[in-house]
Design a protein around this ligand. Sequence first.
Ligand SMILES: Cc1ncc(COP(=O)(O)O)c(C=O)c1O
Length: 472
Amino acid sequence: MGDKFTLFNQEEINKLASIKSKDELDRILRENLKQLSKIYFELCKKDNSRQYIPPSGKVLDEKELFNMIEASLDMWLTTGRYNDQFERKLADFVGVKYALTTNSGSSANLLAVSALTSYKLGEKRLKEGDEVITVAAGFPTTVAPIIQNNLIPVFVDVELGTYNIDPDQLEESITEKTKAIFVAHTLGNPFDLSKVIEIAKKYDLWVIEDNCDALGSKYKEKYTGSFGHISTISFYPAHHITMGEGGAVLTNNDELYKIIMSFRDWGRDCWCPPGKDDTCGRRFNWKLGNLPKGYDHKYIYSHLGYNLKITDWQAAIGLAQLEKLPDFIEKRKENFKLLYEGLKEFEDYLILPRATPNSDPSWFGFPITVKENAPFNKLELVKYLENNGIGTRQLFAGNMLRHPAFIETDIKLRIKNSDIINSKELSEEHYKLLPNTDKVMNGTFWIGVWPEIDKEDIEKIGNIFTEFFKNV
Ligand SMILES: Cc1ncc(COP(=O)(O)O)c(C=O)c1O
């Protein structure tokens, strides 16, 4: 067959070219591409000789490829029919009223915080100098939008084992200026939602759940991402489902939904989807700001926003992934359990992960902390694992407050209930206020549980740990 193989011979091409019905051609094209996608992926499956067990990865098959091809044939390009379906299905899955896609989890976080600064929220809006409680042991773009919106991050310590905010330190960190709590469900492990929500209610605080690493995790039988006023998800390839780059912002609140959409879509007041006009039926009949009556609503801006939308290709991939999510979640849980069983014998020197009470995590990874009494350090263990084909990752920033992004700049911040300081003043005395955060930086890393990891991989991981411990 070689180079010469083509799907259609010249006679068939002539026949196809003579078809005058666009629908008929469309059907033939889509059907053939669908079959080819399947054959292609069958072939990919056979090439499965990896020597390295990555900590995370994407799981794709012909369904994603076919959806992408379909989206290409649509030639719609921007958010379209796939996005509409994806947003609806995602919201239904998590159990919230609205989901708005965006081009990354970081953008979702930016939108979540920006939305809360809107004047449309009146007295409840976040204003410059207001404080937002968060943690330093995590991903930087949970913290960055707080600072980017001229708010003051207040850092509370985390627990070892769950790696989540220590809820017992929350209340003492609240001042008159505290207006919100923005923390992540670390590596898929839900934070103590009962306590966080209870304190938020008591002090009338906004709650944003960074659910980027926890799609499918449950707390008291409900999905994480459905508890806070706003929650966010990431669809970067390492995550539970992917669309290459992508994210989403979720809310049950009608007003917040409109505000988030406005910030996402250039800051405009109009909510027409791309390619549609006059959804409100009053396109030339609004009187807003100091604009003349009837100024085109499409071009009226209620916020200084961004354009953080996705394309329909991304949504098309996401839609195929969403179908697989329940299986992915189960596989992650199963892998977690097997790893836990396999590594239990090393607990003298390793802290193994602990699910938050009342939770059922859809784990993002398997976090491990090297205890301080161990005769080896994290770096030694991580290097051994990497050299023997087991991929590892740090718990993201470890301690965000030790990074150049803080040390080399002027950021106003508070640590727990201490005074506001400038990040340039950060010293060892300050870090001592967050001892577990430093322990995470020094001792914690994680290995993978993603769905392509199988029993054989887990056996290999167990053996490599055993080898390592034989030599310590
Ligand atoms: C907790 C958390 N929040 C936010 C993000 C940012 O997501 P993205 O990479 O899609 O911007 C990540 C990334 O992995 C994350 O782990």
